[in-house]
Design a protein around this ligand. Structure first.
Ligand code: AMP
Ligand code: MG
Length: 424
């Protein structure tokens, strides 16, 4: 994702093609990407511990996989040359089981019984499935139409010794740790975990456990952030709620920049509040304040505080989640070393709701993607779409993405949905 040479944030803020008051989502993504490169720092971990981590070097295979020619079926290992125009009868002279090879000799007109995974003797070239044979005492009767080499898994057909089994930058999933184990490898190098500090800003916020006074609300953003960051597998530092007080905020930013690779805040970047935070952050680092042409999630700040990357997300609970998935997720993956970073999957499906939408901004409406009895996928919107209605995110399993120029959407129209199932 990174390109060289990157401009400084200050140069960027003066660029001609740049409108901080109406920044398209894609442009904001691209601009952020120019400042990202993976963390330096690698550790070797045991295979199981590597699940969900990102590989810091290619894994090459020390062996051929499979190690030997072996049978893909239960049946008989034969010489193809022994087959004829009609049925033939072969003498069964032994058995090969997985882990127990047959080491005797096999003359012309003879074969062995073989089980799945068992080593195929070098003189045998074809496996006939048991279901395609009849037996009679120590003989087996085999018909025609068997292809030479059938049902035989060749040594090295999955992976040759010295070949790359897994590529640097891969997020390790269950299949990968199984593959690593299949190569007999006990430890792999992974990038160190990214450290992310986060806090909420706002005089009205109270942490759970304390009673609410009039006008106060419970801080929920730190919980959604905790959840989203946990799913990504980063180390995080929850710094609590910070009041809208320049001295307290300055200390919080300085403390966070000391310990974290990334600082994420929520609240305090909207028009009414941005000014003093702007001054503060420009003393501590270089931060750009953008109004993204999207709904929800319009205000967004990105920059550097000390050495740490900074994402200032809006305060509204839905906006926090939308901006996290549209900007922060991919950025964190790049910093974590993931390469390539796959975008969240987007599908086109029929929308069974009529949607209200004004042209001018990309909208991320909350949707419920369901499959009917006939196997057809459709999406409907989750009721009210206010950016404070966190229940809409809780009910949703996807975002319905409505492009900038789109107006109202009629029921029955095909729409893009970005799938969150398994992600959120
Ligand atoms: P702000 O961006 O700070 O102007 O906040 C926008 C809206 O989001 C306000 O209604 C805030 O009360 C609300 N809000 C801000 N932070 C949080 C939070 N951590 N948890 C829940 N609501 C919040
Ligand atoms: Mg606020």
């Amino acid at each position: 994702m990174s390109q060289a040479p990157a401009p400084t944030l200050r140069e960027l803020s003066c660029a001609d093609d740049y409108d901080p008051n109406s920044m398209p989502v894609d442009q904001a993504r691209r601009l952020i990407a120019r400042f990202l490169s993976p963390v330096v720092g690698v550790e070797r971990v045991a295979v199981r511990t590597s699940l969900g981590r990102i590989l810091a070097a290619d894994v090459t295979s020390p062996v051929d996989v499979p190690a030997h020619d072996n049978s893909a079926m239960d049946g008989y290992a034969i010489r193809h040359a022994d087959l004829g125009a009609g049925e033939v009868t072969l003498k069964v002279v032994g058995t090969a089981l997985a882990g127990q090879p047959y080491s005797g000799s096999i003359a012309s007109g003879e074969c062995i019984r073989i089980m799945t995974g068992a080593v195929v003797p070098p003189s045998m070239d074809t496996i006939v499935m048991q279901e395609h044979t009849r037996t009679s005492g120590d003989r087996v009767i085999i018909g025609t139409a068997h292809r030479k080499g059938q049902n035989l898994r060749r040594a090295g057909e999955d992976l040759q010794r010295g070949g790359v089994a897994l590529v640097k930058g891969k997020l390790l999933v269950p299949a990968d740790i199984g593959l690593i184990a299949s190569l007999g490898i006990a430890e792999v190098p992974v990038y160190r975990r990214l450290r992310v500090a986060f806090f909420s800003t706002g005089d009205e916020l109270v942490s759970i456990g304390s009673p609410l006074a009039e006008g106060q609300i419970y801080d929920s953003n730190r919980y959604t952030l905790y959840g989203m960051l946990s799913r990504l597998g980063v180390d995080f530092i929850d710094m609590g709620v910070i009041r809208d007080d320049p001295a307290l905020l300055e200390k919080a930013f300085a403390d966070a920049a000391d310990v974290a690779d990334v600082i994420i805040t929520s609240g305090g970047v909207s028009v009414g509040e941005a000014d003093f935070i702007k001054d503060l952050l420009n003393q501590l680092g270089e931060v750009l304040f953008w109004k993204i042409a999207m709904k929800p999630g319009r205000p967004l700040a990105y920059g550097k505080v000390g050495k740490a990357h900074f994402f200032g997300l809006p305060g509204n609970p839905v906006s926090v989640m939308v901006t996290f998935y549209q900007f922060v997720r991919d950025a964190l993956y790049v910093l974590m070393g993931r390469d390539p970073v796959p975008p969240l999957p987007v599908l086109q499906v029929e929308c069974t709701s009529a949607l209200k939408k004004a042209p001018g901004r990309t909208e991320f409406q909350r949707g419920v993607l369901t499959c009917d009895d006939t196997g057809r996928w459709r999406v409907r919107v989750t009721g009210e779409q206010g950016s404070g209605i966190l229940r809409s995110m809780s009910e949703a399993n996807c975002f319905i993405i409505l492009p900038t120029d789109q107006g109202n959407v009629e029921e029955g129209t095909m729409v893009d949905v970005q799938v969150l199932e398994g992600v959120v």
